[in-house]
Design a protein around this ligand. Structure first.
Ligand SMILES: Cc1ncc(COP(=O)(O)O)c(C=O)c1O
Length: 439
């Protein structure tokens, strides 16, 4: 267990010097928070990050849900180092890939029996969309407002805010409102029913009705860790099938026990036709994947030899990292920990709605929590959000701001003591008069 220890300003002089050196060559466009923080981390352990100036920072960001078993977990380190000393490149059968496939089968319903691996999230999303188009021989994909599925040309039209400024978007995508209890035009007691009705109507009146897939995040991550009402996923699945489309769950963020069960579709008993996984899967090693049924996987040309392979996908090193991560997730029962520690945090942080003039809403599932910030009824400006992010960081807490929300997605090894320490800093900043005055 590591609690925040702040011994110098953050960023301190060593971090700043390294940041300035990097600025000589790095292209612009990195994550905003990295440029706001200007901090250089030397190493991590569990839920703690250590910077060059000797500060210990509690990590509620985890590389946006990537470091699921915590930084530098010894089992993961040993598996990656051992495999790196043997074989890393190539797509041939490897012991580690067989181990990974078998352990994933153990997490999934029996019908989801065919998997393929990739390196990045958007790459896996694109593979899933290609597969859906092959399997249905249809053209369009339906996504949701506020969604995020990547920055490639095929995924940008499904990612809110990523289309503007790039000219004509890749065609073939339509979007409808997500069942967002705060911001959907259908917010209210019949949110799920009205959302699904609108989805059907929109396909009927606003598209060529040739829908290959409906793609959805069980909790919208970049949207601000937005939790839809129970039953939403199941209703989306039924509507997708009525439309003759496949139901795709993008579990890049929600997968691998972050919300409790191995995958978030399990809350709603809504097994997808195609599941997309990544992030918490490799604990930092770039590995992602697509899972589907025997029948769908045979769709051509996707299922033809070389039909969906890639240079790095499923290599022995990536699979060793994935298999080790799953082993730790299961052995340390990190899904149960996510439920316990996440529930404790959610109960405590919800009190901020009453206590802080800035907090409009707190929602979450497991260790995926969103704090919605408002000021006098309006979303915070980017500058205001940056100020809050920096105030939290200066006290030794790293969180992920997004839109007008703070996203909390720490490593799943987070202890109750670490959770309490982080909540205390959040309360101090969000309730404290200092923030009220400065922001
Ligand atoms: C749900 C979801 N899908 C896809 C992606 C894209 O992943 P990547 O950044 O690895 O391309 C992300 C990234 O945050 C995501 O949250």
């Amino acid at each position: 267990m590591s609690l925040p220890v702040v011994v110098s300003p953050i960023p301190g002089p060593r971090s700043l010097a390294m940041y300035e050196r990097e600025q000589e060559s790095i292209a612009p466009g990195l994550q905003s928070v990295t440029q706001w923080a200007r901090v250089c981390f030397s190493h991590g352990e569990g839920a703690a990050l250590y910077d060059l100036d000797g500060n210990t920072i509690l990590d509620f960001m985890a590389g946006i849900g990537v470091a699921s078993i915590g930084h530098a977990h010894p089992t993961w380190q040993a598996a990656v180092a051992t495999q790196a000393g043997k074989l890393a490149a190539g797509g041939f059968t490897s012991e580690s890939r067989v181990r990974l496939l078998e352990s994933l089968r153990g997490l999934l319903p029996p019908e989801l029996s065919r998997m393929q691996f990739y390196s990045g999230g958007a790459e896996a999303v694109e593979a899933a969309l290609r597969l859906a188009r092959c399997a249905t021989q249809k053209s369009m994909v339906l996504g949701f407002w506020g969604g995020y599925h990547g920055k490639t040309d095929g995924t940008r039209p499904l990612s809110e805010g990523e289309q503007v400024g790039y000219g004509l978007p890749t065609p073939g995508v339509v979007s409808v409102p997500y069942a967002d209890p705060r911001y959907s035009p259908f917010a209210g007691p019949d949110l799920v029913e009205r959302t699904i009705d609108f989805m059907r109507e929109h396909v009927l009146h606003g598209t060529n009705r040739d829908i290959a897939a409906v793609i959805v995040e069980p909790v919208q991550g970049r949207g601000g860790n937005v939790v839809p009402p129970p039953g939403f996923l199941h209703a989306v699945k039924e509507a997708a099938h009525e439309l003759g489309a496949l139901f795709i769950c993008d579990e890049m963020i929600t997968g691998f026990y972050r919300t409790g069960p191995a995958f978030a579709f399990m809350h709603d008993d809504a097994t997808p036709d195609i599941l997309i996984m990544g992030k918490g899967f490799g604990n930092g090693f770039p590995v992602s994947g697509v899972v589907t049924t025997e029948e769908i996987s045979r769709a051509e040309p996707w299922g033809k030899p070389s039909g969906n392979s890639s240079s790095y996908g499923g290599n022995a090193l990536a699979c060793a990292a994935g298999a080790a991560t799953i082993e730790v997730l299961r052995e340390e029962q990190l899904g149960a920990n996510a439920v316990e520690v996440g529930g404790r945090m959610l109960r405590r942080l919800r009190q901020l709605v009453e206590r802080s003039p800035l907090v409009a809403d707190v929602r979450g599932k497991g260790l995926l929590i969103g704090i919605e910030l408002n000021r006098e009824g309006r979303p915070l400006t980017r500058e205001e959000l940056k100020e809050i992010f920096l105030q939290l960081l200066s006290r030794g807490l790293l969180v992920m701001p997004s839109g007008s929300s703070l996203r909390i997605n720490p490593p799943l090894v987070l202890s109750n003591e670490e959770a309490d320490a982080g909540c205390e800093i959040l309360e101090e900043v969000l309730v404290g008069v200092r923030v009220g005055a400065e922001v």
